[in-house]
Design a binder for this molecule. Structure first.
Ligand SMILES: *Cc1c(COP(=O)(O)O)cnc(C)c1O
Length: 360
């Protein structure tokens, strides 16, 4: 079987053992005689899969019992609306940090449901860094503070979490969840679209501290209401059953790798391999400021957009695909989530060196 190294930002490469396991059970799961996707979401056999996935998510991320773990349709973008609907009260505001395109989309969406303040932004500098957030910048009466822990498009990451005092911290961790340890207790809400480090697209995992449930605005659709979803075990409607099953397989795979702390070491190694080439090159230039560089999305350019295009094309013919930068920034982006093997990054490093030797 032919498989390429897929550096796509999302949907992204999946762990091969997960695909193999899913393939082996595709037509009949265990002794059930049916595919997981054919099971009733209310059936005993499916509920076992659901509970297993939730259990594994809790175990991998060490999520305490006073947090609810939800598997919701609609990806992270749906949560951009759900967050203010569930948390933002009429007489309060929400503080947002505008550190990237998704952060910006999140705050623009929130404005439809209440008062939003942008307390720090790197938008005017093309999001090349994470703006500083001092405790004094946070409105102590805000309903919550929203950050995006890793900026998928611009290739930056929060190296430390802002101190928000008693104001709940809400984090979009779509592109770096499960890649480095986070103490969930520091957050009111952590949410992530599934298609980068969790499983297939179309779903978000939402982790909510239970004392924040029950504050939803009256207009909140039932399907977006975290309290109702918690009571219903994410089954206010038919949940993305097959995606939840695959997420469970990915969690098991991650545990087999030694869990988050072990994979973080590999992730640092992979990112350093690429940044080393960039920093020692005359051809490549990193686009993110050094101290904020992402470990998941490595963004760089040559000084010539045509050369960038040649790079992407030649890489693809060498089995290294989807290296084109996001349309907003151009250039080259290598997304190296948990499931990207070290070997794939080694191949990319070799290719980058050969390409430079040929063109400089
Ligand atoms: C990919 C991504 C999203 C969007 O996820 P969808 O599932 O497409 O809604 C939001 N935020 C961040 C940080 C992302 O990387």
């Amino acid at each position: 079987m032919h498989r390429v190294y897929n550096f796509a930002a999302g949907p992204a490469t999946m762990p091969l053992p997960v695909l193999e396991k899913a393939a082996s059970e595709f037509m009949s799961y265990g002794s059930t005689g049916m595919s997981v996707m054919e099971m009733s979401h209310r059936s005993k056999m499916y509920l076992e899969i659901y509970q297993q996935t939730e259990c594994l998510v809790r175990k991998v991320m060490d999520i305490p019992d006073d947090y609810s773990v939800l598997f919701l349709p609609g990806g992270a973008t749906m949560q951009f609306a759900a967050i203010p609907m569930n948390l933002l009260s009429e007489d309060q505001c929400a503080d947002y940090i505008d550190s990237g395109n998704f952060a910006h989309n999140a705050l623009e969406e929130a404005k439809k449901y209440g008062r939003v303040q942008v307390i720090a932004s790197s938008r005017d500098d093309q999001y090349t860094y994470i703006p500083e957030v001092k405790p004094s910048m946070i409105d102590p009466d805000a309903s919550y503070v929203h950050i995006t822990t890793n900026n998928t498009i611009f290739g930056t990451r929060f190296t430390e979490l802002p101190d928000t005092g008693s104001v709940p911290l809400v984090a979009d961790a779509s592109s770096n969840i499960l890649s480095e340890p986070y103490d969930i207790r520091k957050f009111g809400v952590v949410y992530a679209g599934a298609q980068k480090n969790i499983g297939p697209a179309g779903m978000a995992i939402v982790i909510v501290r239970k004392d924040l449930l029950g504050r939803a605005q009256p207009c909140t659709p039932k399907i977006l209401n975290w309290a109702k979803q918690t009571d219903a075990d994410s089954m206010v409607n038919t949940p993305p059953t097959y995606t939840i099953y695959l997420a469970g397989l990915c969690m098991q795979w991650l545990l087999d790798q030694g869990g988050i702390e072990a994979i973080e070491k590999v992730n640092i190694e992979k990112a350093n391999m690429l940044y080393d080439v960039i920093d020692n090159s005359k051809l490549y230039h990193g686009t993110a400021q050094r101290e904020y560089r992402s470990r998941m999305n490595v963004t760089f350019v040559t000084s010539d957009p045509e050369m960038d295009a040649v790079f992407v094309k030649e890489a693809a013919s060498n089995g290294l695909v989807n290296l084109k930068g996001h349309r907003l920034v151009g250039g080259i982006r290598a997304s190296i989530y948990n499931a990207m093997p070290v070997d794939g990054v080694k191949k990319l490093v070799d290719f980058m060196k050969e390409f430079e030797a040929k063109h400089v």
